[in-house]
Design a protein around this ligand. Structure first.
Ligand SMILES: C[S@@+](CC[C@H](N)C(=O)[O-])C[C@H]1O[C@@H](n2cnc3c(N)ncnc32)[C@H](O)[C@@H]1O
Length: 246
């Protein structure tokens, strides 16, 4: 048995790679693992790609369990969550017959803020026997930089990919540029002199792009973000920020 973790790009169906298309064309089963509350559009893109590039495959869906964020024992809660996710994946993999290939469709690139590879390694460490392959995808970061027609780093410089929660603790040491994902609280507002290139729903219908100095566009981004989240019921946004010149 073989399992491929396939990056599908971050929302634009044209961003799927030739390698991903060829792996999907050979898959016997396509696995769709989603949060129970995932937005319909995100599910729909995966379903469309499966129907278009893997019409021969059976589709197996699983619900990604939520993490317990309230109980005081952090490590125990994370261990429990990982075990429950491994349970779900192990059950999904039960649909894969001897000698067959299954493909998990993963948003963007599987190497970036995604846990499917780790969960499948957990399943293997429990004794399940399958080969594991990963097909890189175009990440939301690559898509964001391209839409703003810019680079992530400046000449010879370092860029750090981080989360809004970490950025809220301060600008990372040693990085001139930061790429920020998973920021529901607009941590960029702490850096009024920085240059920001922000994007929501990048590559999808309803894409919004805003760029400028945070002191000038920060409030616009915050408003646009809030309006879009209310209108759609969900939002996925990320941004690149350049350190303020000293
Ligand atoms: C759990 S991470 C997954 C990242 C994904 N593996 C990737 O390669 O882009 C989800 C975060 O990615 C960013 N993201 C994903 N798709 C996006 C899009 N189309 N536009 C803007 N940001 C996006 C957002 O910061 C979102 O909160």
């Amino acid at each position: 048995m073989r399992v491929e973790v396939v990056g599908i790009g971050a929302g634009d169906p044209d961003d799927i790679t030739v390698r991903a298309v060829s792996v999907l064309g050979r898959a016997d089963v396509v696995f769709l693992l989603d949060k129970a509350d995932a937005a319909g559009e995100l599910m729909a893109l995966r379903e469309d790609l499966a129907a278009r590039y893997a019409p021969q495959a059976r589709v197996v869906r699983g619900a990604d369990p939520d993490r317990d964020r309230v109980s005081p024992g952090y490590t125990a809660a994370v261990d429990d969550w990982r075990a429950r996710r491994a349970d779900v994946c192990a059950e999904m993999l039960g649909e894969l017959g001897e000698g067959e290939t299954g493909a998990f469709l993963v948003w963007g690139d599987p190497s970036l803020y995604d846990s499917v590879i780790a969960v499948l390694e957990d399943v293997r460490s429990r004794g399940a026997c399958f080969e594991l392959g990963v097909v890189p995808g175009i990440s939301s970061i690559s898509a964001l930089a391209a839409r703003h027609r810019t680079t992530l780093n400046q000449v010879g410089g370092a860029v750090q990919i981080t989360t809004g929660r970490r950025l809220a603790q301060g600008w990372p040491d040693g990085a001139e540029d930061v790429v920020v994902m998973l920021d529901a609280r607009c941590a960029f507002l702490n850096f009024p002199d920085a240059e920001i290139r922000w994007g929501a729903y990048v590559g999808m219908p309803g894409e919004i792009l805003i760029a400028g100095r945070v002191s000038e566009v920060g409030a616009d981004i915050q408003r646009a973000r809030e309006r879009a989240r209310e209108a759609n019921g969900w939002i996925m946004d990320s941004y690149l920020m350049r350190k303020p010149a000293r």
